[in-house]
Ligand binder design. Structure first.
Ligand code: ASP
Length: 656
């Protein structure tokens, strides 16, 4: 319950000499509600931001405005830490010199919005605050205006312990006042601006494309928007501006980019959002290298904006190589690649090794190495392969890991020595040999391919990398940019991937992706094998590429098909009839027939780039108003049911 006390203060030293009627309400801090205490801003103008004042400003008059970050009442002196986006300035109100301002300062609570007019003073060196740039000065207040009160927020921007994330998202406006969030959002601005500036300087036009459109071919579920004027018809929110950017090339804009929102109704994983932002671009007549150069250029500018001087150009690796050496298509280069020890051995030695370890000799025998993590107990060693994503994907059903180096040295001393030399093992490395389990009685094992096997091993490598992160230290920032940010281009992706649920070949990227010219004959020879899992369609390489950073895919793109005849063949190979293709992409196929220049492009996730640069743990930390994992905006409380009348207008009737 609130206790009320009525207090009258004569603002003796204030300019207006106003009499304030104050209702004190303890412990609530709504004490100003309904009372005419709040001051008007009038014609007062802010002279400095709260992070601006320095010793050199001492003696100047200043007008600061901001939030009360903290108030310390020392009796005759009240100190206020006044905060805005740029920082904090200490403000001091002295009862002797300025009783009216002092009385008002006594009413302040956290997050009140105030204006202070006063003189900048150099602090006594003994009281310098070395933690803040304004720490050598303070503002001695002549006049204080309370511009707005604030309810006691559920948490304070200055709190060191954060509330749970739901609370942060519900009160996002308070959360965004926190220094870390202000930093992240500022970083986002700087990064976007650097990218815009770079691309404009390279002759790219930023061109907007519609949000209310029809389904685009990225392969996720669409968000739909019902049409009122065309009852029963729906717009789709774009999963990307893919077809529009290609049409802009057909329209002669030559180089397009857009920092654009995309919408995909997918089940959300930790680092996915239903709406996210892409740096999307497209250009005419490019070789993949030209796309790489543009991306490297804008990434360099973006990283520069965050104070990181990265080196270009990035190394390249084919998809096949990535799978064989890292077990996935987004290799994390901060840890050693896997090596196939068969390369170091003679045919007989491979036979001997494979037989002894019950591994298949015709599939890779991979050595996985985690530096500096070798010193673990035998018991811990025996748990390898029993946890993480490797376990989750059923790795143990396919892979035979041998993780006891002593045992291997004892059983096969010569081979063991040869392998150690080949893999350049250091004494404190944790390493293991992984071969394809040789159990012909398990049919799944019989079917496994080298790719399938390497992928399982890739999971094991990453699980170990995570588990022993403290030991190898490779994920820690060192300050050496070349070591901290390991970029890579992965090239030559397969054109098609087999969908085991639908029992068909699907585009690995999207159906407008061009194939290698040399693989055209293979496409033509297998054009009617969309439902055959053994079809050589799986061998066709696309002119598609991904840019990867530290094991994370930052973006993907491709050279596109610009010829209608080839586009039709791709649809045919995908098992899509002429009519079906026309129904889905008819306008686009028609556009292709009107003089389409060769073109290609890419799209990178801005949220992820900013997240990495801000050192944030989740995308939600760099998106001002993100959704939860259940795709809910807790602040505005969306989605919500809508009224019967709205539905009726749209011609929609709910089933429930
Ligand atoms: N539109 C594609 C995507 O969002 C990227 C591209 O091919 O440019 O994945």
């Amino acid at each position: 319950m609130c206790l009320g006390v009525l207090l009258r203060i004569r603002g003796a030293a204030s300019a207006s000499g106003t009499v304030y009627n104050l209702r004190f309400s303890f412990p609530c801090n709504l004490l100003l509600k309904g009372e005419a205490l709040l001051d008007f801003l009038g014609d007062l103008k802010r002279s400095h931001m709260c992070g601006a004042l320095r010793s050199s400003d001492a003696g100047q008059n200043a007008v600061l405005m901001g939030w009360v970050n903290r108030r310390r009442d020392l009796g005759s002196l009240i100190f206020i830490d006044l905060r805005d986006r740029t920082g904090v300035t200490q403000v001091v109100v002295n009862r002797e010199l300025n009783p009216a301002a002092h009385a008002k300062a006594g009413l302040l609570r956290n997050e009140y919005v105030i204006a202070v007019i006063g003189k900048v003073k150099q602090r006594d060196p003994a009281t310098f605050n070395k933690n803040i740039p304004t720490g050598e000065v303070e503002l001695a207040v002549d006049e204080l205006r309370i511009l707005n009160e604030a309810k006691l927020p559920p948490f304070l921007p200055g709190d060191t312990v954060l509330p749970n994330e739901e609370m942060r998202l519900k009160y996002r406006y308070i959360d965004l006042r926190r220094e870390a969030m202000q930093f992240n959002i500022e970083m986002r601005h700087k990064v976007s601006k650097a990218i815009r500036d770079y691309l404009s300087a390279q002759g790219f036009f930023e061109i907007e494309t519609p949000f209310m459109t029809r389904s685009t071919p990225e392969g996720a579920r669409d968000y739909l928007v019902p049409s009122r004027v065309q009852p029963g018809s729906f717009y789709a929110l774009p999963q990307s501006p893919q077809m529009f950017k290609q049409i802009l090339m057909i329209s002669g804009f030559d180089k397009y980019y857009q920092i654009v929102r995309c919408f995909r109704d997918e089940d959300l994983r930790a680092d996915r959002q239903p709406e996210f932002t892409q740096i999307d671009l497209e250009m005419t007549y490019p070789q993949p290298e030209q796309v790489y150069a543009v991306v490297e250029g804008f990434l360099k500018a973006a990283f520069q904006a965050a104070g990181q001087a990265i080196q270009t150009s990035f190394p390249r690796m084919s998809y096949d190589q990535a799978i064989r050496r890292y077990g996935n298509d987004k290799p994390d280069l901060r840890l050693p690649a896997m090596v196939d020890v068969r390369e170091a051995l003679t045919g007989e030695e491979v036979e001997e090794l494979a037989a002894k370890l019950r591994m298949r000799k015709e599939l890779p025998i991979l050595l996985i190495r985690i530096p500096k993590a070798g010193n673990i107990s035998g018991t811990e060693r025996r748990t390898i392969g029993t946890y993480g994503a490797y376990q989750h994907v059923g790795g143990p059903n396919f892979v035979q890991p041998i993780s006891d180096p002593k045992r291997l040295a004892k059983d096969l001393p010569a081979l063991s020595e040869k392998i150690a030399q080949f893999a350049q093992l250091a004494p404190d490395d944790l390493w293991l040999l992984a071969g394809a389990l040789n159990k012909p009685e398990i049919p799944a094992v019989m079917e496994q391919s080298a790719q399938h096997f390497c992928e399982k091993c890739g999971f094991l490598r990453l699980d170990l990398a995570q588990k022993y992160a403290e030991k190898h230290g490779a994920f820690k920032k060192t300050g050496d940019v070349a070591q901290d940010y390991r970029f890579l281009w992965v090239t030559d992706f397969p054109m098609f991937e087999w969908d085991n649920d639908e029992k068909r070949w699907n585009p690995a990227h999207h159906p407008f992706t061009s194939l290698h010219e040399e693989d055209m004959a293979k496409l033509e020879a297998n054009i009617d094998s969309a439902h055959d899992p053994k079809s050589p369609l799986g061998e066709i390489r696309a002119l598609a590429y991904d840019v990867v950073l530290n094991g994370t895919e930052l973006g993907s793109g491709s050279i596109r098909i610009h010829r209608q005849d080839i586009q039709s063949k791709i649809f045919q190979a995908l098992g899509m009839s002429h009519d079906e293709a026309r129904a889905r992409f008819g306008f686009f196929l028609e556009a292709l027939e009107y003089g389409t220049p060769p073109h290609g492009g890419i799209a990178l996730g801005l949220d992820r780039i900013v997240m990495i640069l801000a050192g944030a743990e989740s995308l939600r930390e760099v998106i001002p108003f993100p959704k939860t994992a259940r795709a809910v905006d807790l602040m505005v409380d969306a989605p919500t049911p809508v009224s019967e009348a709205q539905l009726r207008e749209l011609g929609i009737k709910l089933k429930t």
